[in-house]
Design a binder for this molecule. Structure first.
Ligand code: FE2
Length: 437
């Protein structure tokens, strides 16, 4: 057990992203994890839901920010708000279901009741036997549910506990241009409900994987194409690595066929929603993986062949921290609302085969993240001598801005860890900042 100052000194001295040096102990150390909950998850913008999951007044879903349960609800004014899922009376969890539609939330312990619609969203409405139990009256304003700051970008609902600080658009910055390709290209809707499963790993390993690690695909996933288990998937360097700043990052894989792999039926809607450079990029996309700092990932998986057609889709992930060595995976599959039936139907098969609880790509990745976590547990006792190598592409300059239409530091070829290094610079900025909510 170290003091917080000893720990932050050790982190400052040993985590050196500019040299590509990340010590292994930061993945399993419970004290590092406690700092993250307070200084990172307690402060930064976090993805909580897609608007299509709360379609009408009274709809709500229960999500997490860090380890804290929150209610994401929509009022009569159509505004989506986010509240700590806790009754102000004794702190009992208020909404115990995963999602639903209701006129009010009633605490299962003592029956304190809160509005779930319209002007009453989050407002304390009353308590059982109130006039008898509290003849002096209750301070209704003081019993309002604790509310997080909430903003929406292209249907993606984010929330933060920081009362001040950057707006969501400022926080996202240049990664918006790339997010548009996935979630802003058309009206999107979530298919079913998000899947959840638990992986015994630190949340950062999968998050970094999506942000900055196209390199692993050629080894970890290669047998899938070699054994022809997933038709059409191939893994290589062709494409771009992008460091848009802010700790976000992505890789764009491109094909050389000339024609877009996306359905022609949606071309009009894409053109209405995207700029010229975005359309040009979308037409070349074979896959796109990336992440919004700290723990949201997005994915256009490798187009695979099903029933003689090429199929991909849109996915969102959240790597929800559940302990230093435990992550609850949330996986959303989204599809264009106006897509032809074949794209929706084959898209569901693509999802179950590739990236989902049953996905073969996920099995490959999970095996690696679990084993890394067991090694990082041992690193706790080895001081700082086990330093991971994040140096790929350190010497490479980004492309001149006229060689790719998208913003940010864009690198030729997918083999770089530039965005991973920026992820750790931003992570350090949070972890070393002595500020509480
Ligand atoms: Fe992978």
């Amino acid at each position: 057990m170290s003091t917080q100052r000893e720990l932050t000194d050790r982190i400052r001295e040993s985590v050196i992203p500019e040299r590509g040096e990340i010590p292994l102990f930061v993945y399993s150390d419970p004290d590092v994890y406690a700092l993250e909950l307070e200084r990172l998850f307690g402060q930064t913008w976090l993805f909580v839901a897609h608007l299509s999951e709360v379609p009408k007044p009274g709809s709500f879903v229960v999500r997490s920010m860090g380890e804290e349960s929150v209610i994401v609800g929509r009022g009569d004014d159509s505004v989506v708000r986010v509240f700590l899922n806790a009754c102000r009376h004794r702190g009992m969890k208020l909404a115990c279901e995963d999602f639903g539609e209701t006129n009010m939330w009633r605490c299962p312990y003592h029956g304190f009741t809160y509005g779930s619609k319209g002007d009453f969203l989050g407002t304390f409405l009353g308590a059982p036997f109130e006039r008898v139990a509290y003849p002096q009256g209750l301070d209704r304003a003081a019993l309002h549910l604790l509310e997080a700051r909430c903003e929406v970008y292209k249907g993606m609902v984010f929330a933060t506990w920081a009362k001040e600080g950057p707006s969501l658009e400022e926080f996202l910055g240049d990664v918006r241009w790339y997010l548009d390709l996935i979630i802003g290209r058309a009206e999107m809707e979530v298919v079913g409900v998000p899947e959840r499963w638990v992986v015994p790993t630190n949340w950062r390993l999968p998050s970094e994987n999506f942000i900055s690690d196209a390199y692993h695909t050629a080894t970890a996933h290669s047998f899938l194409s070699r054994l022809d288990m997933v038709k059409g998937a191939d893994f290589g360097r062709d494409g771009y690595h992008v460091d848009p700043g802010g700790g976000h990052g992505l890789g764009v894989g491109v094909h050389v066929d000339g024609e877009s792999y996306f359905p022609a039926e949606l071309a009009g809607e894409y053109a209405a929603n995207l700029g010229e450079g975005q359309l040009e990029t979308l037409a070349r996309i074979k896959n796109m993986h990336g992440g919004v700092f700290p723990n949201m990932s997005f994915l256009i998986p490798n187009f695979i062949e099903l029933d003689g057609r090429r199929v991909s889709g849109a996915m969102i992930r959240v790597w929800q921290p559940a302990g230093p060595n435990r992550t609850q995976v949330w996986s959303w599959h989204l599809v264009e609302k106006n897509a032809p039936e074949w794209w929706k139907k084959l898209g569901r098969r693509m999802y179950t085969q590739t990236f989902s609880s049953s996905g073969m790509f996920d099995q490959d990745d999970t095996e690696n993240w679990e084993a890394q976590t067991r090694v990082s547990d041992g690193a706790l006792y080895r001081k700082d001598e086990f330093v991971l190598h994040y140096g790929m592409g350190l010497e490479l300059p980004p492309l001149p801005s006229d060689e790719f239409p998208g913003p940010g530091g864009v690198y030729d070829g997918k083999f770089s860890e530039a965005a991973g290094r920026t992820f750790y610079r931003v992570w350090l900025d949070h972890i070393l900042r002595e500020k509480t909510r």
